[in-house]
Unconditional design. Structure first.
Length: 152
């Protein structure tokens, strides 16, 4: 039960922060594109979180679809951060380009974690079948936000 509560806290925290932080008035170009990608990641995490909370019926195929979207964005995440793309209203910190290897490592882990979640969704019959993988996705999101994003 403790694993469930920890996973739920991570997922809800990431989804809540993502939703709150997605106000991107005035964004253009690459900054706008990555903000839209982050918004879509947040929306898909919220969709899965609704199943975890019991607000919506569990649907393994929907988990798989949402996780696949997340994985796709994670795969392309390093390309969404060309050096120096700090135009307002970006929430990216310049440390991304100083710690590029760490940033790309986290993006790669998010991709792998989301793919594992998508795979788990294929055969899952309940939330408990996807919780470990969902927890890993949440941890990857949190790691990147802690290290490379303006605090809100």
């Amino acid at each position: 039960m403790k694993c469930f509560k920890t996973t739920l806290a991570i997922v809800l925290g990431v989804a809540g922060v993502s939703a709150f932080a997605m106000a991107h008035d005035g964004a253009t170009g690459m900054v706008m594109q990555r903000m839209e990608a982050m918004k879509e990641i947040g929306q898909n995490m919220k969709s899965i979180a609704a199943m975890v909370k019991g607000d919506t019926r569990f649907d393994g195929a929907a988990v798989q679809a949402s996780a696949t979207v997340i994985a796709g964005h994670a795969k392309h995440m390093p390309h969404m951060f060309p050096e120096g793309s700090l135009d307002k209203p970006t929430e990216a910190l310049p440390v991304i380009w100083v710690q590029w290897a760490r940033f790309t490592e986290i993006a790669g882990k998010l991709n792998a974690d989301a793919l594992a979640l998508a795979k788990a969704g294929q055969t899952a019959t309940s939330v408990k079948d996807v919780l470990p993988q969902l927890g890993e996705v949440g941890k990857s999101c949190k790691a990147c936000h802690q290290d490379f994003r303006l605090a809100k």
